[in-house]
Design a protein around this ligand. Structure first.
Ligand code: SIN
Length: 491
């Protein structure tokens, strides 16, 4: 089916460097697949080190002028960008659905989510302030001022092609930084369209630069930015091994880092929980984007006393989910991103069944819809030997573990190297206080499954990384403190 946009010029198929839409220096291109059909429908430049270097030169040259623009002006540029993103949300949603696969309603929802970060940081920019410090001796004035860190490199993932890049670029621009960005090779088109709208909003040439590259060439682009001391910060959302690599390689130039990495979120349902609310929360958290989010519950622990009732309610809801291509207006679960993703889901289900789990619903691929579709699945009898206890499934599989003891389940929930999200449902206020303190995660949903918000600090601990996106803390990631000490004022 052709990709029909109200604004066909939002389908941008070249790099954006120094205010120019351009091909890769080497002239190569790579194809972008529709994950529902596993068929190419567009192509973009396959950038390499030369394109990365050109983008960096542009961002470096643009930095002095952009940081000198008043925070109020930068805020206005972001506000104009936000308005354009909202105005074109349907086209942007279509681009997401086509390259990433999520149903159109959900894709437009992601655009609203992306825009909320742009709006938020448009609001934060004029409020940047530092400290006037009470000097411990006479005759001194002591100030702590905030400055933009400089050029930042943003490397964004495929699962939220708009929201993840927006929440990196918007605070960077608000702070007065300039940007070189590389979107995931699976989903470059949404990022390019967002950049086109930023250009239309009046973001000056060189301030925002975007280079696309295939999986094979991604490292040659990123390596240029990693090695160059002019890139003062790197922000990345993706897997823990890649995040570890980026942290190691950034060490030479001591870049500031924000790393939003893998997770293995526990979801705990206690015997006193409101079961309907818990099922609603789990559906929202687990099946958003077909289970392809870093904050998806990966291990669901349900108290023995409510286990069967909870599973019955959950299974009825999951079995009713409509799996279909994004073009179907009733679709709730789209295709997974690629063959590797479906194979992982199948491996986790197979492994669990071989180790004694029971299949309650789902469990199969849906080849009649396309090679990347998989049924949403509920398993019971999950245990710590199963692969999803250690690995993030990143797909629509909900494995249910049974528990009886609070201390034991908290230990199990924390028994992972990761620490991004955790959720629990209970009505006991003392337990809420205990678990809020005990759970090792950067984000904790308490009787709530949909925790993400532009107003909140998003990020993990342990192997889920460090740094925060969103909220006022998300702006500080792009700023550095400078202490000014003026003496001789007592004369
Ligand atoms: C992610 O999956 O990395 C982000 C999800 C969110 O922002 O809620």
């Amino acid at each position: 089916m052709p990709l029909t946009l109200q604004r066909p010029d939002l389908l941008r198929l070249t790099h954006y460097i120094d205010g120019r839409w351009c091909e890769a220096v080497g002239g190569a291109r790579f194809e972008v697949d529709d994950p529902a059909l596993v068929r190419a429908f567009a192509s973009v430049p396959d950038g390499d080190a030369r394109d990365a270097a050109a983008a960096l030169e542009a961002a470096h040259a643009a930095f002095p002028a952009w940081r000198a623009v008043s925070a109020r002006e930068r805020s206005r540029a972001l506000a104009r960008w936000n308005a354009l993103v909202l105005q074109h949300k349907d086209d942007l949603g279509r681009l997401i659905s086509r390259e990433q696969g999520k149903p159109l309603g959900e894709a437009v929802g992601e655009i609203l989510y992306a825009a909320s970060y742009i709006e938020w940081f448009a609001g934060e920019a004029p409020r940047i302030s530092g400290d006037v410090i009470a000097a411990p001796m006479a005759g001194r004035q002591m100030l702590a001022v905030k400055e933009p860190v400089g050029v930042i490199a943003a490397i964004s993932p495929w699962n939220f092609p708009a929201a993840m890049i927006a929440r990196k670029i918007a605070p960077a621009l608000a702070a007065g930084c300039t940007v070189v960005a590389k979107p995931a090779e699976d989903t470059p088109l949404t990022a390019l369209a967002l950049v086109a709208l930023a250009e239309e909003a009046g973001v000056p040439p060189g301030v925002l630069n975007l280079v696309t590259a295939s999986r094979a060439n991604a490292a040659s682009v990123v390596d240029v930015w990693l090695a160059d001391a002019r890139v003062r910060k790197l922000t990345f959302t993706g897997s823990t091994p890649v995040g570890q690599h980026l942290a190691r390689e950034s060490a030479t130039t001591l870049k500031k880092l924000s790393l939003e990495l893998g997770g293995n979120a526990p979801f705990l349902v206690f015997e006193d929980a409101d079961l309907d609310a818990a099922v609603d929360g789990l559906m929202a958290a687990k099946f958003r984007n077909a289970g392809q989010t870093c904050v998806c519950p990966n291990r669901i622990y349900v108290h023995d006393a409510v286990h069967d009732a909870f599973v019955a309610k959950l299974a009825a809801r999951v079995a009713a989910l409509k799996v279909a291509p994004a073009t179907d207006p009733l679709a709730q679960i789209g295709p997974l991103i690629n063959a590797k993703a479906v194979e992982k889901v199948e491996r986790h289900v197979r492994d669990a069944l071989a180790k004694g789990a029971t299949l309650v619903t789902g469990g199969q691929r849906l080849p009649e819809l396309g090679p990347n579709f998989h049924q949403p699945t509920v398993l019971t009898g999950a245990n710590d030997d199963m692969a999803f206890s250690r690995e993030e499934t990143f797909g629509p599989v909900a494995p249910v573990f049974r528990f009886t003891d609070e201390d034991a389940v908290v230990a199990a929930a924390n028994g992972t190297p990761y620490g991004l999200a955790a959720y629990f449902y209970t009505r006991d206020v003392r337990r809420i206080a205990r678990l809020a303190a005990a759970l090792e995660a950067g984000l904790v949903g308490i009787n709530e499954g949909a925790v993400s918000s532009e107003a909140a600090p998003f990020g993990g601990i342990k192997a889920s990384g460090y740094g925060r996106e969103g909220s006022r803390h998300g702006l500080d990631e792009y700023m550095q403190l400078k202490y000014l000490c003026q003496g001789g004022l007592d004369g």
